[in-house]
Design a protein around this ligand. Structure first.
Ligand code: Z5A
Length: 215
């Protein structure tokens, strides 16, 4: 592997989980932690992160489409995001905190909707080449608990949030398998605990992980 990229991508951190797991809340906690230490931080999300990819996000979250179309649009948005935002920011020495990345496609389109994982991985290799997150946090929570949190919070719901509980159970099970496959990259956080407790788990792990990569 390209040695320079291998070092740079240790600052590429992704946040994963089913909706309502709390990843967006904790992403901001980590951004604040890094900024307080004088680090350059870019907060971004998928699908999205560039004007064009945000346009695709609008379609993906609102329109019904064939699962393969959904997969291809997710990777099209990701390709833009990688080339226009992620790689340039890594080259400038920034930390990147990204709300969802390819693991979401494996979990939602693969686990949730039954798209073939082998084909998804082929597309991931094509689009990402050697790029991979250095650390991925999985906010692990039972689908039932996440649904209660979502119901308490939301006024409007997008296409994915209309899926039933069995769908979200398949998604979280897929995430758990992915985490077992790559224990060096993944850190699983028990997100059923209080916000404070989840923050402690996150910052406890991250402060140890980040030592070699802080400027
Ligand atoms: N998607 C896909 O299918 N394939 C892909 O490849 C990609 C995405 C990249 C948009 O994602 C959709 O795209 C997503 C998957 C699909 N759809 N779904 N469903 P998104 O990330 O933009 O949307 P989201 O997943 O719905 O995330 P969110 O709204 O940002 O939710 P969250 O990050 O999981 O949770 P939160 O907003 O931080 O917290 C939810 C609420 O719970 C909030 O009121 C918090 O205050 C509360 N909360 C959080 N933690 C706690 C604890 N510990 N205790 C009590 N209450 C808590």
């Amino acid at each position: 592997m390209n040695h320079a990229l291998k070092t740079l991508q240790q600052r590429f951190i992704t946040f994963e989980g089913i909706d309502g797991a709390g990843k967006s809340s904790h992403l901001q906690t980590l951004a604040d932690w890094l900024q307080q230490r004088g680090q350059s931080v870019l907060v971004t999300r998928e699908p999205g992160g560039t004007p064009f990819a945000e346009t695709l996000r609008g379609l993906l979250l609102a329109q019904s489409m064939h699962t393969d179309t959904e997969v291809l649009l997710m990777f099209a948005a990701r390709n833009e995001h990688i080339h226009k935002v992620i790689l340039p920011a890594l080259e400038q020495g920034s930390w990147i905190l990204c709300d969802r990345f390819t693991d979401s496609t494996l979990a939602y389109q693969g686990g949730g909707k039954g798209a073939d994982l082998g084909r998804l991985r082929t597309l991931a290799r094509w689009v990402q080449a050697e790029l991979s997150p250095g650390r991925t946090y999985l906010f692990d929570i039972e689908a039932e608990v996440a649904a209660i949190r979502r119901a308490a919070q939301r006024n409007t719901i997008d296409k994915f949030e209309q899926e039933d509980q069995a769908f979200f159970e398949r998604v979280i099970q897929t995430y758990r398998c992915l985490a077992q496959e790559e224990p060096g990259r993944y850190k699983v956080l028990n997100s059923a605990q209080t916000l404070e407790s989840v923050s402690r788990q996150l910052l406890g792990d991250f402060s140890a992980y980040a030592i070699p990569y802080l400027n």
